[in-house]
Design a protein around this ligand. Structure first.
Ligand code: GDP
Ligand code: MG
Length: 799
């Protein structure tokens, strides 16, 4: 009978409690999964299906969410959502039995596509040589897609250990095979999309129809990863399975019978280690081969013939066959989705009333026969197949070193009393190291270099008797302006270095885990912490990374929050004013500004929650990956990339802004060189806006000008001030200490730069982008004005 074959056996028929009621360390078996829609499907896809065994690992320091272990990996979910899962408690099963000494630790992997197995030499129809072979890299989050992509293409894509770091599509050619294009897709757990980036991946596979799919599977987490593989095999595209992280698996005494797995799945399976660069060449050969010869999977039918769902899937296939041809969907895939009731696919199929009735009839039959609703039945079928497969081919390590290490680290890093203090300590250390120790030290060195260079050039220009105007352009314009910004290169790079360490190591996922409860208070979920932290580096990638958020509401709210995190481009402004006005209280003022940004952001979020985005934050279901030592290679690559970005910006936008401002302030409307720049064109233009800034005590046209140029790039505020005021003493003559503070607050809060606004536009459209620009300016004005009033009142400045 079928029930005996079920993936997890021992399902006690009645639930006695829900998952949220268990204590840490207790185990249970899932009886039924409540909830509805995408969240429920997501639960099922993550392996929370009736019969699955779950162990409670721990509760977050604030009591919510909870971390559970299922299928050998860690998942976090909220108590509210856990309450939807009915379970029955079991005695903790013993740890997995010790691995049998595996007979074959590593069988030689035969060459692929042996004629006759996957395709027949006589009837083969290879794609023409000039055809550009297209590949898609598909896999779970954190399975090593980006690492592999970088290996395959030699490119420097950012690699992270937070679920969903790849948020944009990246293309590249395989090294040594110019006629190929490979696309790194956002990580997905199944072909039922849950967040907006998951839709990107699914649509790419279904609509772009790449010549072959490279399915990357984390072999240390094989059951959950193969769940996606099952669905990819159904899409009727050539597939090669790359079993990644084999170094970790074999290092812990596990092994996989590759040849047997290949035989069962009917597609090439290649063991690799993307991080250690093992097996990559073989993977490339296989991928090129299956793509060229269009070798589709031999196996698509994963239901045991006597399973309650077998007949039903075939009945649905029969029902929708014509329709799938019409809309170009793979048949088996569409049949399973239709059975699950996936609305996107059903819309595409466009069934008539009669067909809909028949489908509903089949769905009811499944429910009757299996005792599970169709979605759960399909998930159960897949997991049953996977368990069978793994039983035959996989020898699991007893306890992985990496897992044990992660658990040890988590005892402190997410411990009840230690998590939040340590988080604060770590963040403080990051800031101190960036701004006071490493970054500042390197900055000082660079500054010396730039000063020397300026001196030498100045002398050379004087000696060569260069025209006075050009001399002024080079020294007062370019060297002063760009030089002052350039010296911030080390700080920016060091900041990104630390952010990438946090992310790569897997720590940011933990921050999301224990901050979830706090963030919910302002209407967000733990996942929003990632864009916010990235926002300290730069708003543009921060806005992009919000695509990993599953709900539109959370995404919008988080995007609106990112401008409040002081990005590195604002640093030069802070530093400039600190050195001119608050040389003694530098650290205090800097910290104050960062905190002020965060506090205003939180207050504004409350407002958004009450007015714009009513309702609750999206459910928080997230994998907690093992801690991993970030690879030196990818960290260095990232730093190099950021340095390049920064230099490009310094020598394009900022250089141009500086030169334009220098020009506008050196000439009057008749293009005569002016001696007093208050008669210049710039002074005339800024004169229009200055009155608005007057109440803030910032009516001077030079200040207004610098703020306007800050819209192009925040760093140019400083370069323009340098040009307009000359040496540092200049500005202290115009502004008082209170006004300097006001200006700092204004700079902190006013409109993000053009690049950031463009990314807002990409995510939300023009209206929102324009609204953000205007709203941030208004907010900046209000807060600065309030600050000034308070300061004046306190110091008796009104008198
Ligand atoms: P993605 O989310 O799928 O793009 O995964 P990433 O490429 O960002 O990799 C996630 C983490 O796994 C990173 O910390 C990598 O260094 C690590 N990683 C990737 N491939 C391997 C591998 O073959 N072996 C080991 N031990 N770690 C790997
Ligand atoms: Mg990635």
């Amino acid at each position: 009978m079928w029930t005996e074959k079920r993936a997890y056996m021992n399902i006690s028929q009645t639930a006695d409690m829900n998952l949220g009621e268990l204590k840490a360390g207790e185990s249970c078996v899932v009886v039924s999964v409540g909830g509805q829609g995408a969240l429920r499907q997501h639960f099922l896809d993550m392996g929370i299906i009736p019969g699955a065994e779950i162990t409670i690992v721990k509760f977050a320091p604030l009591g919510d969410p909870v971390e559970v272990r299922i299928h050998g990996y860690e998942l976090s979910l909220r108590l509210d959502d856990a309450a939807k899962i009915a379970v029955t408690k079991i005695d903790k099963t013993e740890e997995a039995e010790a691995p049998k000494k595996s007979k074959k630790t590593h069988t030689a992997h035969p060459y692929l596509g042996e004629p006759g197995v996957h395709h027949d030499k006589k009837t083969e129809k290879p794609l023409p040589d000039d055809h550009v072979l297209s590949f898609a890299l598909v896999g779970n989050q954190n399975s090593g897609k980006t690492t592999l992509f970088n290996r395959l293409t030699g490119s420097n894509q950012h690699v992270g250990n937070f679920p969903g770091v790849t948020v944009d599509r990246k293309d590249g050619a395989i090294i040594g095979h110019a006629n190929t294009v490979i696309t790194d897709l956002p990580g997905i757990y199944s072909m039922s999309p849950y967040s907006s980036e998951e839709i990107v991946s699914r649509d790419f596979v279904l609509n772009n129809k790449p010549d072959a799919l490279i399915n990357i599977v984390d072999s240390t987490n094989i059951e959950r990863n193969l769940y996606l593989t099952m669905q990819l095999l159904e899409t009727d595209r050539p597939v090669v399975v790359a079993l990644n992280m084999m170094d970790e698996l074999t290092g812990n005494g596990g092994s996989i019978d590759i040849n047997l797995m290949e035989e069962i799945l009917g597609v090439p399976v290649v063991p690799i280690s993307a991080a250690k660069n093992q097996g990559i060449d073989e993977l490339i050969t296989h991928a090129l081969h299956i793509a060229k010869y269009c070798e589709k999977p031999l196996e698509q039918d994963f239901c045991a013939p006597d399973s309650p769902i077998h007949d039903s899937i075939h009945a649905v296939e029969h029902l929708i066959e014509e329709k799938t041809k019409a809309c170009g969907l793979p048949l088996r895939f569409a049949a399973c989705k239709a059975l699950e009731g996936d609305s996107l696919i059903l819309d595409k199929l466009d069934l008539d009333e009669n067909e809909k009735d028949l489908l509903e009839h089949i769905r009811v039959k499944v429910e009757k026969k299996s005792g599970l609703d169709p979605s759960a039945a399909v998930a159960d079928m897949r997991f049953a197949y996977i368990m069978q497969l793994c039983k035959k081919c996989v020898v699991k390590p007893k306890q992985s070193k990496e897992r044990a290490r992660s658990e040890k680290a988590d005892r402190i890093l997410t411990g009840k009393f230690t998590a939040i203090p340590i988080f604060i300590l770590i963040m403080a250390a990051v800031f101190v190291l960036t701004f006071n120790v490493i970054g500042a030290g390197l900055q000082w060195l660079l500054e010396q270099g730039i000063d020397k260079l300026t001196e030498v050039t100045d002398l050379a220009l004087t000696e060569a008797n260069v025209n006075e105007v050009i001399h002024s352009l080079i020294i007062d314009g370019i060297f002063e302006g760009v030089g002052s910004v350039l010296s911030f290169l080390p700080i920016v790079v060091v900041m990104f270095f630390f952010l990438s360490l946090l992310e790569d190591s897997g720590y940011i996922a933990r921050i999301a885990f224990f901050m979830d409860k706090l963030l919910r208070k302002i209407g967000l979920s733990g996942r929003s912490i990632v864009p916010m932290l990235i926002g300290f580096g730069c708003t543009v990638p921060a806005v992009m990374s919000t695509r990993t958020l599953p709900s539109d509401r959370d995404r919008k709210m988080t995007i609106f929050l990112t401008p409040f995190m002081s990005c590195t481009a604002k640093l030069p402004i802070y530093a400039f004013f600190v050195s001119s006005f608050f040389p003694k209280q530098g650290g205090l003022v800097m910290t104050g500004l960062y905190l002020l940004g965060i506090i205003v952001g939180i207050l504004i979020s409350f407002l958004y929650k009450k007015v714009l985005f009513k309702g609750e934050a999206a459910p928080f279901v997230m994998e907690l990956p093992n801690y991993r030592l970030p690879s030196l290679r990818s960290t260095l690559q990232l730093m190099w990339e950021k340095a390049k970005d920064f230099l490009q910006k310094a020598f394009s936008v900022i250089l141009i802004a500086t030169v334009v401002v220098w020009f506008l302030q050196s000439f009057d409307t008749r293009f005569n060189l002016v001696t007093d720049s208050s008669e210049s064109i710039m002074a005339g233009i800024a004169g229009f806006i200055s009155p608005i800034m007057k109440p803030l005590g910032l009516g001077d046209w030079r200040i207004t000008t610098s703020l306007i140029s800050g819209f192009m790039a925040k760093e140019s505020v400083v370069s323009v001030l340098e040009v307009l005021f000359g040496a540092e003493g200049g500005i202290t003559a115009v502004l008082g200490v209170i006004e300097a503070g006001t200006l700092l607050i204004f700079s902190l809060l006013y409109t993000p730069c053009v690049a950031a606004i463009a990314s807002f536009k990409r995510e939300l459209g023009w209206k929102y982008a324009a609204a953000v620009a205007v709203w941030q300016c208004m907010l900046a004005w209000i807060v600065s004005f309030a600050f000034r009033l308070i300061m004046l009142a306190c110091t008796g400045g009104f008198a």
